[in-house]
Design a protein around this ligand. Structure first.
Ligand code: SF4
Length: 388
């Protein structure tokens, strides 16, 4: 199932696994980091430059928007996700200037604007802007006050009340929002309280991220496998009685189980997920790689959108050593892991931050977010059979 050891592996070590391309020809998501700055200083944050203010200028967003080929997206809508540091620190006028170049595409329903925010800076003016650009809003909050203690400002003060005030503003303006919550060791025993609270905010969709060691977060309080399995068991039980709020991870697993045998065996093409930094630098595969220092991989920079169109950067990116190593890692996962059909190889960033190479396989993220999730559902099914 898991790799026997996570030694440093090169692409050349696995030529037999390097024959196929695991990547989609076009992205479904482009992540734009409009600023490095965040006004909050969460204990688990992965952003290394979050105390520095470096803002994106409209020439960068113009370069991205104007390089989206006519054939994209070939289906659905391309998501432009404004995320990291805290996008709202650049102010409504600053963000409007970055959104402007995408307007032709948005009005043609080819792109959808998405923003992920800590909600502490939301005002009436921001709500007007979200409505004007039809933005999908995601809020980061980890649960009720007691479960939210890792979300603090630079002086260590809790930001909980400011987040709630921001959510109230969204509700006043009738702007729907989803939530992403981080689960740490201390909160794994509180699934019901967390889920009750977030459902009570009026949120229809929740993503749950187990805390991970990545980027600047080198002291993670990652839940262990049994803590995570218990959390997911409690979350499954909760979800059974609360159809009005969808939990992303649970929905994904249940959807997978409805596939027929051939569909389950099919391999997914991974999105290269270009992430564009404030200065136009682009990294691929994981937004957490932007700003991370790794001379061996050229700091993961695949190009700069001010110099080259995005499709050129993506095509050239397939030859980068870290992208090729990830391809090797996916192939090794497929060859060795019982969870591959559901997981499809998961995230590149976790492999690098835990093992220093992308050709590694099993990570903490696998154990707590994939394997523990699947086994929790198995536990629940087992319990039900015993009751019957
Ligand atoms: S990334 Fe997925 S497929 Fe690979 S070892 Fe982890 S659980 Fe298995």
């Amino acid at each position: 199932m898991a790799v026997e050891s996570q030694e440093y592996l090169t692409v050349a070590s696995y030529p037999q696994l390097d024959q196929r391309c695991w990547f989609a020809a076009e992205p479904e998501t482009i992540i734009m980091q409009p600023t490095t700055l965040c006004n909050v200083d969460c204990a688990y944050c992965y952003l290394p430059a979050r105390s520095k203010k470096r803002d994106m200028t409209p020439d960068v967003s113009m370069a991205v928007a104007s390089s989206i080929p006519d054939q994209w997206p070939s289906s659905g809508r391309l998501e432009i996700v404004w995320h990291g540091g805290e996008p709202l620190t650049i102010g409504p006028k600053g963000l409007a200037a970055l959104l402007g170049p995408f307007e032709v595409l948005r009005r043609a329903e080819r792109v959808r604007q998405v923003i992920q925010t800590n909600a502490t800076l939301i005002t009436d003016e921001w709500c007007d802007l979200f409505a004007e650009y039809d933005m999908a809003v995601g809020v980061s909050i980890d649960g009720p006050r007691a479960m939210n203690r890792l979300r603090v400002d630079r002086r260590g003060g809790e930001v909980f009340d400011r987040v709630i005030a921001g959510i109230e503003k969204l509700k006043e303006h009738g702007i729907p929002f989803t939530v992403i919550a981080v689960i740490s060791q201390d909160t794994t025993g509180h699934a019901k309280e967390i889920l009750d609270f977030i459902a009570g905010l009026g949120c229809p969709h929740l993503g749950l991220n187990m805390e991970e060691k990545e980027g600047a977060n080198t002291h993670s309080r990652t839940p262990d496998f049994e803590q995570a399995r218990r959390f997911w068991r409690d979350a499954f039980r909760w979800s059974r009685d609360h159809a009005d709020m969808k939990v992303r991870e649970i929905e994904r697993l249940l959807e997978f189980l409805t596939l027929d045998r051939d569909e389950r065996a099919a391999d997914t093409k991974h999105d290269l997920i270009p992430t564009i930094g404030w200065d136009g630098d682009a990294v691929l595969l994981s937004p957490e790689l932007l700003g991370a220092h790794a001379p061996r991989y050229g700091d993961f920079i695949a190009g700069n959108v001010l110099n080259d169109p995005l499709p050129v950067i993506l095509k050239r990116g397939l030859e980068l050593s870290y992208v090729r190593e990830f391809q090797v890692g996916i192939g090794r996962c497929k060859a060795t892991c019982d969870y591959f059909a559901f997981c499809q190889g998961s995230h590149a960033g976790n492999r690098f931050f835990e093992h220093g190479t992308f050709s590694a396989t099993e990570t903490e993220h696998c154990r707590t977010s994939t394997q523990a999730l699947v086994l929790a559902l198995h536990d629940i099914a087992h319990e039900e059979r015993e009751v019957v």
